[in-house]
Design a protein around this ligand. Structure first.
Ligand code: LCS
Length: 400
């Protein structure tokens, strides 16, 4: 389907990225090949020289991968996209493309743990310095910008605190500084938030989460706005080598067809569960963008089309209470990752955000008692029954 088509998002989910293929299949074939034959020596040379268009080698480009990339570029309102082997490969491709030694990055404190670790280790080793700030607080972002700031990197809602950053205002700050605003849109998916509509330059996702939606693929994607950036990023990705493969691209493209439906159910279920949890006497604090108690609730209404499927809670009784909760769930599964059709719980301090270290965690509001819930698309009453019996186990321990 052609880009910039006027059809609605739900229709784009079904049709984006699909073009004409030999024999007329309605879904893109899986081109499970590492390399492509040239018609002649001259043809091969002209492909490498960029004089002719065509496929050369799957690390460089492959039709199944490209179909999935085109679909996501369209859903995000971008120009083109680059499929990566994981969300972290996407994060690395972005920093390797946009920075060099001596540059500075401003990054949200509430980001996926390994993103913080990548900036604090590998990027630091190559001479890129990062200042971590609460990007939901604009004056902190302003204060952190230095003459050599090249990237402002925002995750909104942030993992795992779900704090929301004002993309429109941060994009103005980035423009003034001639820096790029990069947004990790994993928690919302393009169904609920399009950061480029608020001025973001680059959008990335872990495809492992809502976009694929079925917990059976690890992948990432970077969406860009123009040909020059696309070519630059493509060269970097080709050199780093962290590309996605054709079969995983096929699965992601298949998952996208139900993205709109799935996100609707994730949002409905999470809203009901968050409201239920907020009233529960054992819940000390809760963060969910769809609750009026969320500090950036109003901003969320402007920036999102829905509050998403992620909830973070702190139980009265702290870490021990959270441990009992995680060990007694039956329908919810105790596993990291998120955004799949099945509901999951996990403990950020000892799991997803462990690598950051306690000091960085506390600076980002990630206390030891936080439990993160990824709400799936099951029947919401079944999910609540599971949480009810789980919290009865916590109550029995008399930790309050
Ligand atoms: N960005 C966000 C917001 C993420 O949540 C993750 C993974 C990544 C990037 C990296 O993606 P990956 O390389 O895993 O595809 N988040 C995970 C989480 O919260 N639990 O397990 C993985």
């Amino acid at each position: 389907m052609k880009s910039n088509s006027k059809v609605k998002f739900e229709t784009k989910c079904v049709h984006s990225g699909i073009s004409e293929y030999e024999y007329g299949p309605v879904v893109p074939p899986i081109y499970q090949t590492s390399t492509f034959k040239f018609e002649s020596a001259e043809h091969g040379a002209s492909l490498f020289a960029g004089e002719k268009k065509g496929y050369i080698y799957t690390r460089m480009l492959n039709p199944t991968i490209q179909a999935m990339e085109d679909a996501i570029a369209e859903l995000e309102g971008g120009y083109k996209a680059l499929g990566c082997g994981s969300g972290m490969a996407a994060v690395h491709t972005v920093f390797a493309s946009l920075t060099q030694s001596g540059d500075h990055v401003v990054c949200s404190t509430a980001v996926y743990g390994p993103t913080t670790t990548l900036l604090n280790t590998i990027m630091k080793k190559y001479g890129v310095e990062t200042t971590f700030v609460d990007t939901s607080n604009l004056s902190e972002v302003k204060r952190a910008i230095k003459p050599n700031t090249k990237v402002i990197y925002v995750e909104t809602p942030g993992n795992p605190t779900l704090s929301i950053s004002n993309l429109e205002e941060i994009s103005k700050l980035a423009k003034q500084q001639n820096a790029k605003l990069v947004v990790d849109n994993t928690f919302m998916s393009p169904a609920l938030q399009n950061p480029m509509a608020f001025g973001a330059d680059i959008v990335l996702h872990s495809l492992t989460k809502f976009l694929n939606g079925h917990a059976d693929v690890v992948g990432g994607i970077v969406v860009v706005k123009d040909e020059e950036t696309y070519q630059h990023f493509r060269k970097t990705l080709n050199q780093l080598g962290g590309v996605i493969d054709p079969f995983n691209s096929f699965l992601v493209h298949r998952g996208i067809k139900t993205l709109s439906l799935r996100m609707q159910r994730h949002c409905e279920n999470a809203q009901i569960i968050a409201e239920w949890l907020e009233k529960h006497p054992l819940v000390k604090s809760i963060s969910f963008p769809g609750l009026k108690s969320h500090p950036q609730y109003e901003l969320g209404l402007k920036q999102h089309k829905g509050a998403g499927g992620m909830i973070t809670v702190e139980l009265a009784g702290g870490l021990e209470a959270g441990r009992i909760m995680m060990n007694s769930v039956k329908l919810f599964q105790l596993a990291v990752s998120l955004g799949g059709v099945e509901s999951l719980v996990q403990h950020p301090a000892s799991m997803t955000h462990f690598s950051m270290g306690k000091e960085a965690r506390l600076a980002g509001g990630i206390t030891d008692g936080l439990v993160r819930i990824s709400v799936g698309i099951e029947n919401v009453n079944d999910l609540i029954s599971d949480l009810e019996s789980t919290l009865r186990e916590v109550e029995k321990a008399k930790l309050r």
